[in-house]
Write a protein that binds this ligand. Structure first.
Ligand code: 6PG
Length: 593
């Protein structure tokens, strides 16, 4: 059986169940339980799950799938790790572990280990079958101490080999060979965390021939995996074009019970051996999966896909095709990359400017402009970080369907990812305009817009990390002619800008945290204020810095998005006659459409 777990806890409890099942099955059938431990992060899992197992520990004998050629008290010793971290927790004795004696040369250690295995299995020749091997997969695709492109991969005449040039320190180890590994009744790969996603994909998605892929997953699963067009954790599983069971005797009819959000069911029929079986491939455009129960045929594999909102997961299949009692077991733990679902989650704000002294020369980027006294900007260095973040978001959301925000999760205050002009932005829901339209404040740009649901996705937690560097800006030393900025003034102010603008910030208004600044025309020495004055959009106000900008709507008001409601009212024919039509209100509309 093959399961996907969203977190370590589930992996540990599943490992516990599996190992307990295999141990008690072996003890019942053969009176002993032969198990092989690996080192690495697997050890952490075993030390957590084994103490919970109910078994006759006296029947266990523990070997090592590989062991480092170091003294037991060396921090690299795998036995040393288990002696320190497991023995105190389980009723196993040290004597039940088959360890190595590093006083001997490594060649002798390997030969003696093999001899010991044969003695314990009472098999002077042939290939013993371990009841269970617990294997890890290294970032390079190695397992045990079988490393890529190493000559040990082709060793078939021995059960145990040694290596002096392990790419993973320490360099000297002994290891089970495939001869022994692939004759195990069961093997479990416990591959925790997203860090292993790339290697899992290489082995099973991209068909790269790596050591772990050769270890005991059975030819049918390997061929089976090769035919599956699935993707790795980082890319999310998006579509399964179809299940092509390539005549390896495995076929499966996925009887999808209550599968939600299936965008496409396609029927395929394909000769599988002598039988022609109908089976279905399907695209799933959402993680809201239910269990897919499969009807078992003889010579059949079980297919399980778990949902529970796994945002990142890895699905694998087993190869119980031969219907043998013991199937290869795979466990892949994937930390769930969680997405923002709660309005309590906030994006940290940038506090760098809190300690500034003024006046301060800076380079800024203008983000959103209402008028010269109401604009949003970010410092140029922060703008570069926002660009980087948006590139990451683009990669992550490029096939975003499965991450669309569920209507039930839509609520004001929720941080989301929003598609705008084919770029993904961070946004915060201000309010719901309708069941499938949300009013969004673009966190890094200051824009407010009503957005349809199909452009809104869950924001991945990682994308929260970058503090929000958006700031409020006020052009200093000018007051608008007639007290309100005209549309032309806004256009002219807008035109003065390119991405990078040199400014001198004179003060920060504590009342609304806006920065009062003078701005230079990009690439020129002329001031933007001078340009606006020359065009009669405003007049000089030399007393500007001693007062707070008054008049017009506040930054908070704009950021609340309520002005859009007013604009809507003004634009509704039926209500036009009820809305003030003075030039002031007209300019208000002009400033916001
Ligand atoms: O002693 C060892 O090094 C292990 O037996 C080795 O095969 C390990 O299982 C993999 O390297 C994965 O290790 P991690 O899970 O720590 O990456």
């Amino acid at each position: 059986m093959f399961s996907v777990y969203k977190n370590e806890q589930e992996v540990i409890s599943e490992l516990q169940k599996l190992i307990e099942e295999k141990a008690n099955e072996a003890i019942k059938k053969r009176g002993r339980f032969f198990i092989g431990f690996s080192g690495g992060s697997l050890g952490k899992y075993l030390c957590k799950c084994l103490p919970k197992i109910k078994t006759d520990w006296s029947k266990w004998i523990v070997f090592f799938c590989d062991e480092r050629y170091v003294a037991e008290n060396d921090s690299d010793s795998t036995f040393g790790f288990y002696k320190q971290n497991l023995l105190p927790k389980v009723p196993l004795t040290e004597q039940q572990f088959v360890t190595i004696n590093v006083k001997d040369p490594i060649e002798k250690v390997a030969a003696d280990y093999e001899k010991r295995i044969r003695e314990e299995f009472k098999m002077p020749d042939g290939v013993p079958s371990f009841d269970l091997l617990l294997l890890g997969i290294g970032p390079d695709g190695h397992t045990a101490s079988l490393f890529p492109d190493h000559e040990l991969l082709t060793v078939t005449d021995r059960l145990i080999a040694y290596i002096n040039d392990s790419p993973k320190p320490p360099p000297q180890r002994i290891t089970m060979t495939y001869t022994l590994i692939n004759n195990a009744r069961n093997s479990i790969f416990a591959v925790p965390g997203n860090g292993k996603a790339a290697i899992i994909k290489s082995i099973f998605g991209d068909k790269v021939d790596l050591p772990a892929g050769r270890a005991n997953i059975g030819t049918s699963l390997k061929k089976f995996a090769n035919d599956l067009g699935f993707f790795t954790i980082g890319d999310m599983i998006r579509t399964w074009d179809d299940f092509i069971f390539n005549g390896s005797g495995i076929y499966s009819e996925v009887q999808a019970l209550e599968l939600n959000h299936i965008s496409e069911m396609a029927k395929y029929s394909k000769n599988s051996g002598s039988k022609s079986k109908n089976y279905r491939g399907f695209k799933i455009n959402n993680t809201q999966w239910n269990n897919h129960n499969t009807r078992r045929h003889s010579n059949h594999s079980d297919i399980f896909a778990f949902s529970d909102n796994f945002q990142d997961y890895y699905i694998e299949f087993d190869d119980s095709g031969e219907d043998k009692d013991d199937s290869d077991d795979f466990i892949v733990a994937s930390e769930q990359i969680s997405h923002v679902k709660s309005i309590d989650v906030q994006i940290p704000s940038c506090t760098a400017s809190d300690s500034w002294e003024y006046p301060k020369m800076m380079t800024i980027c203008l983000m959103e402009i209402v008028n010269p006294h109401r604009f949003w900007f970010t410092f140029y260095d922060d703008f570069k970080k926002i660009n980087e973040l948006m590139k990451e978001m683009k990669n992550y959301y490029e096939a975003r369907d499965h991450l669309k925000v569920d209507q039930k999760d839509l609520q004001s205050g929720l941080h989301v990812a929003v598609l705008y002009c084919s770029l993904w932005h961070r946004g915060r829901i201000l309010k719901l305009k309708s069941p499938d339209i949300a009013r969004i404040f673009y966190t890094d740009f200051g824009t407010v817009e009503d957005v349809p649901l199909n452009r809104i996705c869950y924001l991945m937690n990682d994308f929260l990390q970058l503090p929000c560097s958006l700031k409020r800006g006020v052009l200093s030393f000018v007051q608008p002619t007639n007290g309100i900025w005209s549309e032309n003034a806004k256009v002219s102010f807008h035109r003065c800008h390119t991405k990078k603008i040199e400014v001198c910030i004179f003060r920060k208004n504590p009342k609304d945290s806006s920065f009062y600044m003078s701005m230079k025309r990009p690439g020129r020495d002329s001031l933007i204020a001078d340009i606006l004055i020359k065009k009669h959009f405003c007049i000089y106000d030399f007393d500007f810095l001693s007062k707070d900008v008054v008049g017009g709507l506040t930054f908070d008001y704009y950021e609340s998005g309520n002005f859009l409601d007013v604009v809507e009212l003004m634009n509704q024919n039926s209500l036009k006659s009820w809305m003030p039509s003075s030039s002031q209100s007209k300019k208000l509309i002009d400033n916001h459409v």
